[in-house]
Design a protein around this ligand. Sequence first.
Ligand code: G1P
Ligand code: ZN
Length: 517
Amino acid sequence: MITTVQTRPIAGQKPGTSGLRKKTAVFMGAHFLENFVQAIFDVVGAKGKTFVLGGDGRYFNDRAAQVILRMAAANGAARVIVGQGALLSTPAASHLIRLNKTDGGIILSASHNPGGPEGDFGVKFNMPNGGPAPEAVTEAMFRRTEEITEYRILTAQDVDLSRIGRQHLGEMVVDVVDPVADYATLMESLFDFAAIRTLFADGFRMRMDSMCAITGPYAVEILENRLGAAKGTVTHATPLPDFGGMHPDPNPTWAHELMEEMMGPDAPDFGAASDGDGDRNMVVYARGLAGVARSMPTSTAADRVAARMGIGSFETPTGWKFFGNLLDAGRATLCGEESFGTGSDHVREKDGLWAILLWLNILAARRQSVADILHDHWQNYGRNYYSRHDFEALPTAQADAMMAALRASLPSLPGQVLEGMTVTAADDFAYTDPVDGSVSRGQGMRVLFEDGSRMVFRLSGTGTEGATLRLYLERFAPGPEGLDLDPQVALAPVIRAAHALARINGFTGRTTPDVVT
Ligand code: G1P
Ligand code: ZN
């Protein structure tokens, strides 16, 4: 039986950098999930369509999946392809959307944000190209949530998502699929598995920390089963609803067990970690590279390589959705963000395991250590010292006031000398998509210096508590001198200049960041 439920708009259903993210308790509140999902179906249309559904296994993932299935059926969807146990990593979901030529997919994840009843939850819609919905579509969804008066849902028993195979929910087909198999096969088609197998057979040792999140099953299948890495290579391999209390952000702060092992006496040759939904990691292309794209705050090191190779390089706003058009148009092959996310045109999401396999493939081909490869790069191109400082849970009013004051000062900055460095340009980053001409404004303030140093100030679009200031710092050392400094030491003048310029302490009372990556 289809029920039409009367509802009212709920404030704050505005998707951010990567879908709608809120505290889990907010998502579990009356009509919250239902309103947003109905807004998605109202905007993209559900009748007769096929969607992919799955998530990173965090708390409420299973319940939310059942609600979405009942709503898809009530809205007339023909078929939903669901990962077994309602699990799918974000890149695997992107791949299933493309492989099955579906009309899009719904991904349940808050990525690197902690999970659990006290943690965060998120819902994201991906387009038929497998990539996150562009701003025009998420804006339409937001407008819909502001006028919604009813949603449709089927009254039915839960679908048994533990059983692979076809079932029916009302008129709708539900295909429960192995969440790992198709993705593992895709990876096997992209990389030289035989060479990587030989590397492991020759004694190469690796540690992969899946941080009790979704990449565990994928990493075990690919690294241990298909590539022959030693059993136990993957740790924290079972996805848990609260990620075992871990914070699934693959940076040195949160992946500290991995860092300790890698710095310890019996360190393996290569260490890697991945985030909650598997699209990030902490990385020969047979077809060559059409171009590279990076988000604006990301280190500019890749631009130097692209320039020397004579290929295109693009600077987009933060968020993977901005890479979609470049990938679809064949203008970029590799994309990356400073937040430990890289990927290619094989799917339309960043992809942590892909990036790890890319590195393994490079190591297998070059038979050099990661450290040697980095040093080679610095010798050839100079070193871009780079770091991000996060100031979390700031009172929103203080953060907004600080950003407003900084914005007002931008026009007066060029020509000024800060910490001995001359400012050449300062702006609030706006991006015109080179493929469809759409314009996105207010994407972060950047201050550029004559010597290649930069600082960028942005407020996070994925946080769920107050405001998070992200301060991105970069300093270029052309070499051959000064290539082996500690990054925070090398960046010290840029850090001091940023604090003085934005008056971070004056506005927020903070002098030191909560997280340094
Ligand atoms: C963060 C990252 C950004 C990434 C996004 C989604 O967004 O900084 O690079 O695309 O998560 O995974 P932010 O919180 O900075 O808006
Ligand atoms: Zn993620």
